[in-house]
Design a protein around this ligand. Structure first.
Ligand SMILES: Cc1cc2nc3c(=O)[nH]c(=O)nc-3n(C[C@H](O)[C@H](O)[C@H](O)COP(=O)(O)OP(=O)(O)OC[C@H]3O[C@@H](n4cnc5c(N)ncnc54)[C@H](O)[C@@H]3O)c2cc1C
Length: 537
């Protein structure tokens, strides 16, 4: 088509993987006389995708955030594995030499912001003394007891890990950790022996704490693969850290880095078709511009960073022509895309201990739960769930430490359930349970505002992050990462990083990997062109 815009590389999606790919491409080529032309097509009116920091005022007003005092991460918040090998640590290090705000924060509230970042295990922000377990009668479980339970959880998880990784039998690929936990006294099909030496009472409590992990994987224990349990999470050894003033600092820094090198970033530009053109060795992205006009842009290479949840849609928003091959579709179908949602409860004043970082609210025994007919379905699910609460004032920047907010992390089934209700209904149901479970800290007035994330209903995400369900394998992620159409169409995104999926650093690494592959291809193209022109001479 004459007059159609043509560039070197189009990147579909401006999340961290797409931005990291753009940075790598432009860093490599900007020294040349004719730097690469790179266009990013992003469907939302903002960059960052599943990284999204807002201020409280903007949460309420649903607008772009302007001030940082109450920076609140609605998507990713932690840098997992702060060690020298984590590329995000290196980025923060690099950025620390410049007068930028992008710094990782670690330590206790008093030392936060003051200690220089040391890139090793000492940065661990977790401390069991800052994690409160809430037990019966609204009281905190004694510290010695919660430490004992923590230890038991550690014992059971180590056994589970050994069973999956070093076990005497090759765990059937359709097994889940749930099957191993059901394995009473090692007599069940897996002979797992997970509970050896642990009393029936302790077992119940340990199981509740393990269920809290549903939040971190976005999936229940029965929807995870036991064979690949823990796969990909051992890569970096360090603890967790937060990005000062919110994770979007990283996105904004990346945007500045690539725009200064000529990247063309187009927001509100949803792609609906990716097409291999018959002629000229080109690939086309069809999209809508801000005025809803249909547009097409041709490129030598295209990097697709669409989230797994978007690629898995039965009636996809984005079509491929030619269609993705059956082997690719099957691999994408086997992978899991889970759901972590966050609920922010804002109060008039802090009514919980300021020094606590996390609260684990465990459900009472079934006999003590309210009868089903007395409560709404939502209230019933809430009362049966293990809730993980983050004390916002603990992690907030100094200016906003008096902001009275609890951030509740929800895994399935509650994470799906809350998306069916209004923010107020969710806030009420959670507050009822939380205020009772923590009543020993004092009377709690109702929250003055509630905000619920809805990552599953979000058409540009369709969930939070990927996992390996029974029947899948890391090979499916490798398949999802391989290029198609003779290398012209590449893929990145957290779900394509089999060693570090479900994380920001995994997404980053996948973008860099894909950009390096495209740079190699471009190098080969240039060599071929040189050979042809010397033949002509
Ligand atoms: C609630 C939550 C908490 C999390 N917590 C953590 C954490 O603490 N630490 C951590 O490391 N990770 C965390 N994660 C995971 C982390 O956020 C992701 O792994 C990472 O941000 C994914 O980046 P990505 O580039 O692969 O995908 P995305 O960020 O999803 O980027 C894909 C982009 O494609 C765009 N797009 C979609 N459809 C189209 C279309 N048709 N046309 C054009 N563009 C399109 C999207 O808008 C998006 O910007 C969390 C995620 C969630 C949701």
């Amino acid at each position: 088509m004459s007059g159609t815009e043509s560039v070197d590389v189009v990147i579909v999606g401006g999340g961290v993987s797409g931005l990291a790919a753009a940075k790598k491409l432009l860093d490599a080529k900007c020294a040349q006389e004719e730097p690469l032309k790179v266009v990013i097509l992003e469907a939302r009116d903002r960059l960052g995708g599943r990284i999204h920091t807002v201020s409280w005022d903007d949460v309420a007003a649903s607008e772009q955030y302007t001030k940082r005092e109450t920076a609140l991460d609605l998507g990713a918040s932690f840098v997992h594995g702060v060690s020298k090998r984590n590329p995000l640590s290196q980025v923060c290090h690099e950025v620390d030499d410049t007068p930028s705000q992008l710094r990782m924060r670690c330590g206790t509230p008093d030392t936060v912001d003051q200690i220089p970042l040391k890139l090793d295990d000492e940065n661990e922000i977790e401390d069991s003394d800052m994690s409160f377990y809430m037990g019966a009668q609204g009281r905190r479980v004694a510290q010695a007891e919660s430490r004992r339970l923590d230890k038991l959880v550690g014992v059971v998880l180590t056994r589970l890990h050994k069973l999956a990784v070093e076990g005497p039998i090759d765990v059937d690929e359709s097994s889940s950790p749930a099957l191993a936990f059901c394995d009473e006294d090692g007599n069940g099909p897996l002979k797992a022996d997970l509970w050896k030496g642990i009393s029936a009472d302790d077992r119940q409590e340990v199981m509740k704490l393990i269920r809290i992990m549903d939040e971190s994987s976005g999936a229940t224990l029965d929807s995870l693969s036991l064979r690949y349990w823990d796969f990909g999470v051992e890569d970096f050894s360090g603890g967790d850290a937060l990005v000062s003033h919110g994770y979007s600092q990283l996105v904004e820094w990346l945007q500045r880095q690539i725009e200064v090198k000529g990247a063309d970033v187009r927001l509100s530009a949803p792609v609906d078709k990716i097409e291999l053109l018959d002629q000229d060795d080109l690939i086309a992205a069809h999209y809508k511009d801000e005025q809803d006009n249909s547009k097409r842009i041709n490129a030598r290479y295209l990097i697709c960073s669409l989230p797994l949840g978007v690629l898995q849609q039965k009636q996809p928003d984005v079509s491929f022509d030619p269609a993705l091959p059956p082997r690719r579709k099957a691999a994408l179908g086997r992978l899991g895309f889970g759901l972590l949602n966050k609920v922010v409860l804002k109060y008039n004043k802090i009514w919980w201990p300021k020094g606590a970082q996390w609260f684990n609210v465990l459900p009472p025994p079934a006999s003590a739960q309210q009868a089903a007919d007395e409560t709404s379905p939502l209230a019933k699910t809430v009362s049966q769930s293990c809730l993980l609460l983050h004390n916002y004032s603990f992690v907030a920047s100094k200016q906003s430490r008096s902001t009275a907010m609890l951030v509740v992390y929800l895994g399935p089934p509650l994470s799906y359930e809350v998306e069916k209700y209004t923010d107020e209904e969710v806030g009420r149901a959670l507050h009822n349970v939380i205020s009772k479970a923590m009543s020993s800290f004092g009377a709690a007035a109702d929250p003055i505002e509630t905000f619920v994330t809805r990552w599953h209903s979000d058409p540009r995400a369709r969930g939070s992050y990927s996992h390996l369900p029974p029947g899948s394998s890391p090979l499916d992620m490798i398949e999802a990462s391989s290029s198609l159409w003779e290398g012209k169409l590449g893929f990145c995104g957290e779900h394509t990083c089999h060693a570090n999926f479900a994380s920001v650093h995994g997404a980053w690494m996948s973008g860099v990997r894909e950009a390096e592959r495209v740079l190699d291809c471009i190098g080969e193209d240039e060599e071929e062109d040189d050979d042809e022109s010397s033949d002509d001479d």
